[in-house]
Design a binder for this molecule. Structure first.
Ligand SMILES: *[C@@H]1O[C@H](CO)[C@@H](O)[C@H](O)[C@H]1NC(C)=O
Ligand SMILES: *[C@@H]1O[C@H](CO)[C@@H](O)[C@H](O)[C@H]1NC(C)=O
Ligand SMILES: *[C@@H]1O[C@H](CO)[C@@H](O)[C@H](O)[C@H]1NC(C)=O
Length: 292
């Protein structure tokens, strides 16, 4: 277990609350993937390495995919994972890294990495489900080769907004528009962290034109250094237990982890790397979605 990173500076002013957070919010802080995650799909293709310091998800034809999920539920927090994506010919593969509440009106935050032919760029698709409603896809190219090394993919999730980040650069913001516009926000349902790899060749690469080439299997995505900080709730027992714990947070701390968004860098991503934004897809949404 690593030390708890990034405690909000203002918390140090609030001594009792600071104790509350430093004891409960760092429970799942970085470390051993074998302790933090359980296999959800194809145990033989979820490989814990170095005693759980690293993990590989393997896609090969016999199982058609593999996946894992965190044992803990989280409500709010800074949640980071380092990933290295399938190298070489990854066309048709989808590697998904996401948070989900798994309920009928579920909340979900998605990073979906759409593979490509050797040398062609991956697409990173993000999506947000709130209270069961989604259809909020955005797609970007990355400014580096995500198969060459590990990079950090993060969600910072507070009462005010959710920011998706890549290596600390904001790529997307979903703000809390519940009071202002009646758009349900992700503030009630604890979520678990999931990842899976599967064959998405009906749609993933060039709109489904490029199929998976099983001659190039196994396709392997790698993970390390999962870190959670400043979470209002970390519970391994159940989502309900997490909600109950979060409900005990003093209202004076509703600004948990309040953050500044680097809008300059966000605009840099949007101008240079964005290839699709549901907010500007008028054929699909003749009426612009409220949160856009
Ligand atoms: C979430 O969806 C349920 C069922 O559709 C609805 O009853 C509830 O009012 C919704 N919540 C919000 C905050 O919109
Ligand atoms: C794959 O590469 C092609 C050609 O560069 C590009 O048009 C496409 O957006 C890339 N990504 C996916 C997922 O198809
Ligand atoms: C592990 O992740 C934390 C949080 O993102 C980061 O501060 C730290 O530098 C990472 N460690 C390594 C070895 O990359």
């Amino acid at each position: 277990m690593a030390a708890c990173p990034r405690i909000a500076p203002y918390l140090t002013l609030l001594v009792s609350i600071s104790i509350f957070f430093s004891s409960s919010s760092c429970g799942a802080a970085a470390g051993n993937l074998k302790d933090d995650f359980e296999v959800t799909w194809a145990a033989e293709n979820v490989r814990f390495e170095d005693g759980g310091e690293a993990l590989q998800l393997v896609l090969e034809p016999s199982t058609g995919g593999a996946g894992f999920a965190s044992k803990d539920y989280f409500l709010f927090g800074n949640i980071d994972m380092q990933m290295k994506l399938v190298p070489g010919d990854s066309a048709g593969t989808v590697t998904a890294y996401y948070l989900s509440s798994e309920t009928s009106n579920h909340d979900e935050l998605d990073f979906e990495f759409l593979g490509n032919s050797s040398g062609e760029p991956y697409i990173l698709q993000t999506n947000v489900f709130s209270n069961g409603t989604s259809g909020r896809e955005q797609r970007i190219f990355l400014w580096f080769d995500p198969t060459a090394d590990f990079h950090t993919y993060s969600v910072t999730w507070t009462q005010q907004r959710i920011v998706f980040l890549v290596d600390g650069v904001p790529i997307r913001v979903f703000s809390n528009n519940e009071a202002a516009k009646g758009v349900p926000y992700l503030n009630k349902q604890p979520m678990r962290v999931f990842s899976s790899i599967w064959n998405g060749d009906s749609w993933a690469t060039r709109g489904g034109q490029v199929k998976i080439d099983w001659a190039h299997a196994p396709f392997i995505a790698s993970y390390r250094n999962f870190t959670v900080a400043e979470s209002a709730c970390v519970k391994a027992t159940s989502a309900a237990a997490c909600s109950a714990q979060a409900a005990t947070i003093p209202s004076s701390t509703t600004a948990v982890g309040e953050q500044q968004v680097d809008t300059g860098r966000l605009q840099w991503v949007e101008s240079n790397f964005m290839v699709y934004n549901y907010c500007t897809d008028q054929a699909r949404y003749p009426i612009v979605p409220l949160e856009c």
